[in-house]
Write a protein that binds this ligand. Structure first.
Ligand code: 1BN
Ligand code: ZN
Length: 329
């Protein structure tokens, strides 16, 4: 090869090297928190394998047992909070909230961070167009499994930090029950109030009654965080009750390169589990929820339909949400 040609090739390689990581310089921006979307995805698959996690079903109780086992295996002290709440029809509903506490002797009295997601799935696909489809259970890949899948992977990472004595702030991970038992659209009886989020209502009511015990800095709730096209605008109750934390989370997302997903648009107020954590427990709590501003329901097309299945779960979305949550710990 001619000398000139070798020189040009060397120059091109040198420039490429300078532009890439081999320059030896660290990339700018914050360090990327450890989080595996592959792992989160497999936790979603495992929940789906139980079938719909509808309260009072064997899939629901098998899933609850598995969640307890997982949290324990990651190093949490696990609490099963049992209780009853009246449902939309006035019937008493058994509630099983699952709480994993991650702390050490040194950190146990420090204010904690609360992370929550609901693990139940909706008994009815009441957003289906076909009348006969409305009595199927929602599969709940996004609405249920996605938030829990991300938080199980967060729990695994938090457990590792705990082992390395690198968890300065204690973390409580709560899997709320009976979030999705709100009045079905086809119900013709008298409408009751507060029929959604029964598990978080129970947890927050108990919390507000206790005289001593854990204090929380803030909370984050995840709901429907797995779709390929998921966008998370700023939900209004979070802005109202936990503006600074919402700001902090959306800023962290932007720094991590997820500014397009964590949009600065404002979404309507949504009565999700974070609402009762804010209002009944008095803990500032932010909802990260997939909201579709252009849709009439405000939610994605598969919301409360038979299409809420694994085909609507994407690893890049799980990765984005997981890193953003990890950046807050
Ligand atoms: C979120 C996912 N929600 C239910 N499934 C909360 C909600 C409650 C959304 C009422 C809209 C109306
Ligand atoms: Zn739902």
């Amino acid at each position: 090869m001619a000398k000139g040609k070798i020189y040009i090739l060397g120059l091109v390689a040198g420039i490429a090297c300078l532009l890439s990581a081999c320059s030896g310089k660290k990339q700018t921006g914050p360090e990327r928190p450890a989080f595996s979307a592959d792992s989160a995805y497999s936790y979603i698959e495992q929940q789906m394998a139980f079938g719909p996690r509808v309260p009072n079903s064997s899939a629901h109780s098998a899933c609850a047992v598995w969640l307890i086992q997982q949290l324990r295996a990651f190093g949490a002290e696990v609490e099963l909070q049992k209780g009853e709440m009246p449902d939309y029809s006035g019937r008493n509903q058994q509630i099983y909230n699952i709480i994993g506490h991650f702390y050490t002797v040194e950190t146990m009295n420090r204010p904690r961070i609360l992370l929550g997601a609901h693990y139940d799935t909706r008994p009815w696909c009441d957003e289906e167009e076909e009348y006969t489809d409305r009595y199927y259970n929602v599969p709940g890949a996004n609405d249920g499994a996605s938030g829990v899948g991300v938080l199980l992977e967060v729990a695994r990472q938090v457990g590792q930090r705990l082992n390395d004595s690198a968890l300065a702030t204690p973390v409580d991970i709560i899997f709320f029950d009976c979030e999705d038992m709100g009045t079905p659209q086809f119900y013709t009886g008298t409408e009751r109030e507060n029929t959604w989020c029964l598990g978080s209502q129970l947890w927050a009511t108990n919390y507000s009654r206790q005289k001593q015990g854990a204090k929380y800095k803030f909370g984050v709730v995840l709901d429907m965080v797995g779709a390929p096209d998921a966008v998370f605008p700023k939900e209004m109750y979070s802005s109202q009750y936990a503006e600074n934390y919402q700001q902090q989370i959306w800023h962290a997302a932007e720094q991590l390169g997820y500014g397009a997903r964590f949009s600065n648009q404002q979404a309507y107020p949504i009565v999700d589990d974070h609402y009762y954590v804010n209002v009944l427990a008095g803990i500032p709590c932010v909802d990260i929820i997939h909201y579709e501003i252009r849709n009439a329901t405000g939610f994605p097309h598969w919301w409360h339909t038979r299409e809420d299945d694994l085909t609507n779960i994407s690893k890049p979305t799980l990765q984005a949400v997981g890193e953003v949550v990890m950046s807050q710990l």
